[in-house]
Design a protein around this ligand. Structure first.
Ligand code: AKB
Length: 320
């Protein structure tokens, strides 16, 4: 049985991925690591929890030794909008933190999953059907750290034999933990707005297409890639994965079909708009499909049904 450590386990993806990993590999075999935010009761009570900051290698090292860890899901990261506001912090967490994890993996023979992002692409990249292997010249600090991270992970694989794998996540939509400071966060916030106030003000312009994915598919992508036969992997860091591509008006239309009184207006944030315009409209994820059988389950309509049901139930119970 694997012995897993998850960094960033209290974050948007980490909080749900940790629970899914516990279900598959056993509660005691999955150690959740947080830095500052209190974990939910479900996360704290279902298995081991440790405070460990990825920029502090000694603490990470102690967790790896204490639990005899052989696999690390390294989710701790600063997202794109915060990274533009705090570029030094983004470099420290996204690069020095990753370096610490890879060194730990090299010394202790651990496999590593690291999420990259659509942010690893930039204005020179083809925006439609963005190829797996293409120009990557991002103009944001987030993008710089994501490309560097991909290269560093591949380097550790080739040079030291670390089993490092990753995906380029699109915007992730979920109903458990809110994302913290990304450019794609509007696609989560819009559902909360629809349920709580029947309205939403969008910070991206109409016509701004971006790749997106519902959380169950994001979790499946990470776990399936880490279980994939290494002999079949031509690529490693990082695979394009997507489930849907839409602009704000399309998600609005889907919600309005189900909540007719829902209204949306626009107040564009120039920073996040510029970031979004530098990212792909739609990635080509053929390599992920061919090399490890990637297949998403949720499209926009199915995701909208589920999001509104789950958030609607939470709202009725007074939990939102
Ligand atoms: C962000 O918007 O920063 C993230 C991402 C696409 O990597 N959700």
């Amino acid at each position: 049985m694997k012995r897993i450590m998850v960094t960033g386990a209290v974050g948007q993806i980490g909080s749900e991925l940790t629970l899914a990993l516990r279900e598959r590999y056993g509660n005691e075999n999955v150690v959740a690591c947080g830095r500052k935010t209190e974990p939910s009761k479900k996360l704290r009570d279902s298995g081991p929890f440790e405070w460990a900051d990825c920029t502090q290698p000694d603490k990470l090292h102690a967790v790896v030794k204490k639990y005899n860890i052989d696999t690390i899901y390294h989710l701790a990261a600063i997202l794109s909008a915060v990274a533009e506001a705090k570029p030094q912090l983004a470099w420290d967490v996204n690069i020095n933190g990753l370096y610490n994890v890879l060194e730990l993996a090299r010394e202790n023979n651990c496999a590593v999953f690291t999420p990259s992002s659509i942010g690893a692409f930039g204005p020179g990249t083809p925006l439609d059907n963005t190829p797996q292997d293409t120009i990557q010249r991002p103009n944001t600090m987030y993008g710089v750290t994501k490309v560097s991270g991909e290269l560093l992970c591949d380097y550790y694989h080739k040079r030291f034999g670390v089993d490092a794998r990753g995906v380029r996540y699109p915007g992730i939509i979920s109903n458990e933990t809110l994302p913290g400071g990304g450019t794609t966060d509007y696609a989560v916030a819009i559902y909360y707005g629809a349920i709580k106030e029947k309205k939403y003000t969008c910070y991206l312009k109409q016509g701004t297409y971006l790749d997106m994915m519902y959380m169950p598919d994001a979790i499946k992508a990470a776990m399936d890639l880490m279980e994939a036969d290494p002999d079949k992997l031509v690529h490693r860091n990082a695979f394009n994965v997507t489930a849907m591509s839409f602009a704000p008006e399309h998600i609005y239309d889907e919600i309005k079909k189900r909540i007719p009184e829902f209204a949306m207006d626009y107040e564009v944030d120039p920073v996040r708009q510029a970031i979004a315009e530098s990212w792909p409209n739609k990635m080509d994820d053929t390599a992920a499909k061919q090399e490890w059988g990637w297949e998403p389950s949720f499209n926009l309509a199915r995701m909208t049904d589920d999001m509104l049901k789950v958030l609607g139930d939470k709202y009725s119970r007074g939990e939102l």
